[in-house]
Write a protein that binds this ligand. Structure first.
Ligand code: B3K
Ligand code: ZN
Length: 885
């Protein structure tokens, strides 16, 4: 490593060390370069003297040589944007230390030492929201992945586990509540209106799980008694005034704790569990041991301000962070390449939890929709990576749909192959074997092999190879033999750095339906292992209808030769809800892709109307499922299939199909809306289902009859006693050219003034409107007094929504692309992590028709030419432009 290259790193000179450090050329970190840490830190004591402008931190590390590592005399401590104010070794001023870039190198002669370092932080100006920062006057931390090094010098890597003792003191009036990980072990009053608290976490943890919160907070409290009788004090901390919106979060927490005991045998392990909600947060939430910190968006919910979708998101994220207590905290990751070890598994766990709390089939459809809209494009684009990546420059860029959602699908396949009992045996063994360790994906796979009795040798490819396998199925009937043969072929497309792929093992669930009886002879799981394979089944005098990848048993792109009649049959008869949904989606997809190529297909359109009418009429399905079945595929998914795509042509074809359905099904949709409107508000499934179909009906009707639907939507808006109905109606109206539009948008803004989360909705509703003037609106909203670049939720509400609105983002003149690039450049110096999240939208240029593709690429080049780009944005821009893949 390069030591002391510039005057800022003169050892022992805090004044100079505080000066800006030249950004180093981005270094690529490789998975195979892993080496164990030379020094361990079994204990750390942190002492915070808190202030929003200045916080002083004194860290005392007990360090000892790692017997399992190569001998190294030098202790390497990571730092980022911090300076050494004082450095002691065993109580005496340290000697011979130096800086290497922003890291501290300290030569140590003995086997164990005590190292004390003081740093000074400026939370008020920390706009990156990593490390210790101020949000609305409170102090909070975010350390994953590499934020702890912005607080103190430390071996900031997940395989160094330490016992933490934290003492903090500060003005009591400003920070009446002082929280950290573990349990509060002492507290008291200090001088001059200060007070202090000491928190001890008995569980060794990596630095990324450290957390501290200080501020004026109020709590909803409750208790939970674990399966072995431990009484846990629970608290959800929010700003005064928000406490009435925490009931659902608390209920979700209690449900999560109970569920993890029952479903996975996992018990909570401290006397305290605290959740804190903060408004300025880079992502959804963070699983810090015993002190989860959340984006307010995933905590605050009540019927007036949160939609049913928001309620579900709160439940899912509260569950997710809680489940990390075992899958992430008790068993953590050896290095950041293993991120999916905790994230993929925990997403699967939260999906299973939400399915158990609500409707399993509906949850499955929602999860697949997210995977297809977010992960499939990633997997087929320039940023494609395996769920266990091989290299990175900035780890923050790898908190992706691939690591999270595809990671969950991969473990779900193990669940499918093993069955629930054996899967549970595998997960029990994993937790037992690796409790207290920093583990690898390989450890998980091995535990599943040993505990669940699976042979996963070929299956490991799912961790190694990127790209969504394309699987083609074709059914051949032999009337004479009474057999049917299924030919299955697979192709894993090339991805950056992986030009040639091996065939993947794929558990493919199928059923063969009798056309006459509408039933099948049982579901089969085929274990596909080769590039081409055939399976023959007897007992078929007549050709059956194939239902394939039932339940979305594998994260693949399936292509079949099913006729429209087959799809219509499955859409009406399939007993697997996902397969039924999928058959309809395929019908829609064929029609939309065909319409762009050569105009609508009248026969197919008629079949779609018939299928949709059957869905609306079917009393055997509940409204939650009906609402799912009524949704047309998202443009961002269609772009994948049409590549190179004309997104606006696809969007227009989709609008025309909506209008066609709205016209042909007008009476049914009106009746559906009327029926659903009579069901009173509650959080029960029938009431939620009613709200879902109401909005779906309005969406289709609006495309057919603007004036009539606007009236209907306005009535829904004005009568609404809940946010789902109000937002659903407003979103429909905001896409229409009607007088009520401006009035209702203004009403919404005035009604919820001061409620940040609802004002986010107000921005998002306008940015998602399917209107030709949406970019003008976005530009105007960027200048609105409620807009700020400092709050990631607000930035995402406006710009992430616009980027996901194909008719806006793909504006023919390239204005949408330009606006996103401008945003990235403006946001990068403030918050690089959030800025980098916008780059992949432009990175999809290869999927888009050549004229727009060139405009997208030009914006990437414009960004690439900016010298001061952060490491985060630089990596995404460079990879998005790379044509070598
Ligand atoms: N583990 C955190 C994510 C941290 C992201 C840092 N850039 C939230 C979660 O997945 O639970
Ligand atoms: Zn997570």
């Amino acid at each position: 490593m390069d030591i002391a290259r510039n005057p800022t790193s003169i050892p022992g000179n805090p004044e100079l060390a505080d000066a800006a450090v030249e950004p180093a050329a981005p270094e690529t970190i490789r998975r195979l370069d892993y080496t164990p840490p030379a020094w361990l830190v079994p204990e750390i004591a942190l002492d915070f003297d808190l202030g929003v402008e200045l916080t002083k931190v004194r860290a005392t590390l007990k360090v000892e040589r790692n017997p399992d590592a190569a001998a190294d005399q030098t202790l390497h401590l990571c730092g980022d944007n911090i300076a050494v104010m004082e450095l002691l070794v065993d109580g005496k001023p340290a000697e011979g230390w130096s800086m290497s870039g922003s890291n501290l190198l300290l030569p140590l002669a003995g086997e164990r030492h005590e190292v004390t370092v003081e740093t000074h932080l400026h939370p008020a100006t920390n706009s990156q929201l990593m490390g210790l920062y101020a949000s609305n006057g409170m102090l909070c931390t975010q350390c994953e992945a590499e934020g702890f090094r912005r607080i103190t010098f430390f071996p900031d890597r997940p395989d160094v586990l330490s016992r933490y003792t934290v003492r903090m003191s500060g003005p009591k009036a400003e920070f009446p509540i002082l929280l950290s990980n573990g349990d509060c072990t002492a507290s008291g009053e200090g001088e001059n209106g200060t007070h202090w608290a000491e928190w001890t976490d008995p569980w060794p943890k990596p630095s990324y799980l450290f957390a501290l919160v200080a501020g004026d907070l109020v709590a909803r409290t409750d208790t939970f008694t674990t399966m072995n009788g431990r009484k846990v004090d629970l608290a959800v901390w929010v700003r005064p005034g928000d406490e009435d919106r925490t009931e659902h979060a608390m209920r979700s927490l209690i449900n999560s704790m109970k569920w993890d005991e029952e479903a996975f045998g996992r018990e909570y392990d401290l006397d305290t569990f605290n959740i804190v909600a903060v408004s300025d947060f880079n992502m959804g939430a963070m699983e810090n041991k015993g002190l989860n910190i959340f984006n307010t968006r995933y905590i605050l919910a009540d019927p007036d301000t949160a939609t049913d979708g928001d309620f579900d998101a709160v439940e899912g994220v509260v569950g997710h962070e809680y489940f990390h207590n075992w899958s992430g905290n008790r068993v953590t990751c050896r290095d950041w390449f293993q991120l999916s070890l905790k994230e993929g598994f925990t997403v699967l766990r939260d999906q299973m939890f939400s399915a158990d709390m609500g409707s399993e089939p509906v949850k499955r459809i929602e999860d697949v929709r997210i995977l297809r809209a977010a992960q499939f494009p990633e997997d087929s684009g320039p940023l494609a990576h395996p769920i266990r990546p091989d290299s990175y420059q900035e780890i923050s860029n790898f908190y992706t749909a691939t690591v999270y959602n595809k990671g969950a699908e991969v473990i779900r396949m193990m669940h499918t192959m093993a069955g629930p009992e054996r899967f549970r045996a595998g997960s029990d063994l994993y937790f037992e074997r690796h409790d207290g360790e920093a583990a690898t994906c390989e450890d998980f796979v091995k535990a599943m092999e040993d505990g669940a009795g699976l042979d996963l040798s070929q299956f490991r490819l799912w961790y190694e190879q990127a790209g969504t396998p394309r699987v083609t199925v074709a059914l051949k009937h032999d009337a004479a033999a009474g057999t049917v043969t299924l030919d299955v072929k697979q192709l894993v497309p090339p991805t950056p750095g992986q030009p040639v792929k091996k065939p993947m093992p794929i558990p493919l669930k199928i059923a063969l339906f009798d056309r006459d009886t509408g039933s099948h002879d049982g579901e089969r799981t085929l274990n596909i292992t080769k590039a081409a394979e055939s399976f023959t089944f007897g007992g078929f005098a007549k050709p059956p209808v194939l239902s394939a990848n039932r339940g979305f048993s594998a994260p693949i792109q399936l292509e079949s030769e099913a006729t429209d009649a087959d799809l219509q049959f499955l859409a009406a008869k399939d007993d697997d809800s996902f397969a039924r949904y999928e058959a309809l989606q395929q019908l829609f997809t064929r029609e939309l892709l065909g319409a762009v190529e050569g105009g609508p297909d009248e026969t197919r359109r008629a079949a779609i109307v018939e299928a949709m009418a059957a869905v609306i009429d079917d009393r055997a399905i509940d409204d939650m499922m009906r609402g799912e079945l009524m949704m047309l595929p998202a443009i961002n998914f269609l772009i994948e299939l049409a590549a190179p795509a004309d997104p606006v042509a696809l969007h227009e074809a989709r609008e025309r199909l909506k209008a066609y359905l709205g016209t042909r099904l007008r009476d049914r949709l009106t009746a559906l809306h009327d029926r659903a409107s009579t069901i009173p508000y509650s959080l029960e499934a029938d009431s939620r289902g009613a709200r879902k179909v109401k909005t779906q009906a309005l969406i289709l009707l609006a495309a057919a009859d603007v004036a009539e639907t606007a009236k209907r939507a306005e009535t829904q808006y004005r009568a609404a006693d809940n946010m789902t109905d109000r937002q659903g109606a407003l979103a429909v109206i905001s896409g229409l050219d009607v007088p009520a539009r401006g009035e209702l948008l203004a009403d919404f803004h005035a009604r919820y003034a001061g409620n940040a989360l609802v004002i986010d909705k107000w921005f998002a509703i306008q940015a998602s409107a399917l209107r030709s003037d949406v970019l003008d609106a976005v530009e105007a909203l960027a200048g609105h007094e409620d807009f700020t670049m400092k709050n990631p939720n607000r930035v995402r509400a406006l710009y992430m929504t616009m980027a996901g609105n194909p008719s806006a983002f793909h504006d023919a003149g390239g204005r949408g692309y330009r606006m996103i690039a401008d945003l990235v450049l403006a946001l990068d110096p403030i918050n690089p992590q959030t800025a980098a999240r916008f780059v992949p939208w432009l990175g999809r240029w290869r999927k888009i028709e050549p004229v727009r593709a060139e405009l997208m690429r030009a914006e990437l080049m414009r960004m690439a030419a900016v010298k001061s780009l952060s490491k985060d944005v630089r990596e995404q821009v460079t990879k998005s432009l790379d044509t070598s893949a």
